[in-house]
Ligand binder design. Structure first.
Ligand SMILES: *Cc1c(COP(=O)(O)O)cnc(C)c1O
Length: 377
């Protein structure tokens, strides 16, 4: 189940636990599979999913573009050789100084979702593509992103008119929610984009960019459709809603999909405990938890596949991290079964842990260091 090169790396790094091993070949495979499944769209890798420089370098070589959220991510990409034309500043929440700095560095694509942000772009990023993020319901997604980002379509229309009137080039973006199980989620959002496009056209304004956002899945406990099914559904929606002449730029911003399956997180059992004499649930405390990178277990939203080196009969467990914070519980409601023979010192592997893990770890809560990372090629 785990690639032999990854197994070898864990052997070589015995004593380093917890450890995230990233297999760069898998990132390359995923990128190529996506480009084959959806040739209409330019890939902008959402850097926040995993900004490891080796991942960025691999994607630069493959021709990827990058969705960045801060000046820090802008420089992370530029430092490893991405050119600024390949960057899109996709965070809707930016200080004007950050926009001005990115503009100086050559970045020419920016997201906004409110009038105040649009004013900053008019002031600090003249002539750039300004894409307005519209609200999405997030239905069908494990990690919906809620209503923090985006605005209603009528506001979007008004602001895009204002953007065009002020010399910005109008675009629209949306995000259907991360780990989206429903391949038709993009069609629902694109229907709104089509209406907006028609409305703007009536005013002589042409939409230059549509950004399909993220949402493509990693492989966790629940099965998801295969990538070519997503590709077919999205391409169909794109042509049905925006064809025959698509906007000049069509972007997709996968984060999770490109890197989740490329990571295996090796951890160690610290303690196995029973809380009462009658409850058969064992509490299994690992040396990795909510504060060392597994932030996405919040509300048990993302359910990693977990394997151990033990065979034999299994029983129900509650999984928890090693820190002295009671929030540091991984899975309690959602039942995991692990071998009854599991003991302190045993190794446990969380599969598909390459996205939203390493950079989510704290700098040293309770004295535990940030998540250690190793790369295989
Ligand atoms: C996080 C993010 C993404 C990536 O989302 P995934 O579901 O991981 O693919 C894409 N676009 C924007 C603007 C984001 O914030």
């Amino acid at each position: 189940m785990i690639d032999p090169r990854v197994v070898d790396t864990f052997e070589r790094c015995r004593g380093r636990s917890p450890l995230l091993v990233i297999d760069i070949d898998r990132v390359r495979e995923r990128y190529e599979a996506l480009v084959a499944a959806l040739p209409d769209a330019t890939v902008y890798y959402a850097v926040k999913a995993n900004p490891h420089p080796d991942i960025l370098r691999c994607l630069i070589d493959l021709g990827s573009h990058f969705d960045v959220a801060s000046i820090g991510e802008v420089t992370q990409c530029l430092d490893v050789g991405a050119t600024p034309e390949r960057l899109s500043f996709g965070n809707t929440v930016k200080k004007e100084g950050a926009i001005a700095r990115a503009f100086d560095l050559g970045v020419r694509r920016y997201a906004f979702d409110c009038d105040g942000e649009l004013d900053k772009l008019i002031a600090a990023a003249p002539g750039s593509i300004a894409f307005c993020r519209i609200l999405c319901d997030g239905l069908g997604a494990a990690w919906p992103l809620s209503r923090k980002f985006g605005c209603a379509p009528d506001l979007a229309a008004d602001m895009l008119r204002k953007a065009a009137a002020n010399g910005l080039r109008p675009g629209i973006s949306f995000h259907v929610g991360s780990q989206q199980f429903d391949v038709d989620a993009w069609d629902r959002a694109l229907a709104t984009v089509a209406d907006l496009r028609a409305e703007l056209r009536a005013d002589g304004i042409e939409l230059e960019l549509v950004n399909l956002g993220g949402g493509l899945p990693g492989t966790y406990r629940e099965t998801t459709p295969a990538i070519d099914l997503y590709g077919k559904a999205i391409a169909h929606a794109l042509h049905r809603r925006l064809g025959p002449s698509l906007p000049a730029e069509v972007l997709i911003e996968p984060g999770r999909f490109l890197v989740a399956d490329a990571g295996v997180l090796g951890a160690e059992v610290v303690t196995v405990a029973r809380k009462t004499s009658y409850d058969e649930h064992r509490w299994v405390y690992l040396d990795v938890g909510m504060f060392s990178g597994l932030a996405e277990v919040m509300d048990e939203a993302i359910r990693y596949r977990i394997v151990t080196e033990r065979d034999g009969p299994t029983g129900p467990v509650v999984l928890a991290g090693p820190t002295c914070d009671s929030a540091d519980v991984l899975y309690q409601r959602y039942e995991y079964q692990l071998p009854l023979a599991l003991a302190p010192g045993d190794r446990v592997f969380l599969l598909s842990a390459g996205a939203y893990s390493a950079t989510y770890s704290t700098v040293g809560f309770n004295g535990f260091p940030p998540l250690d990372v190793e790369v295989v090629r």
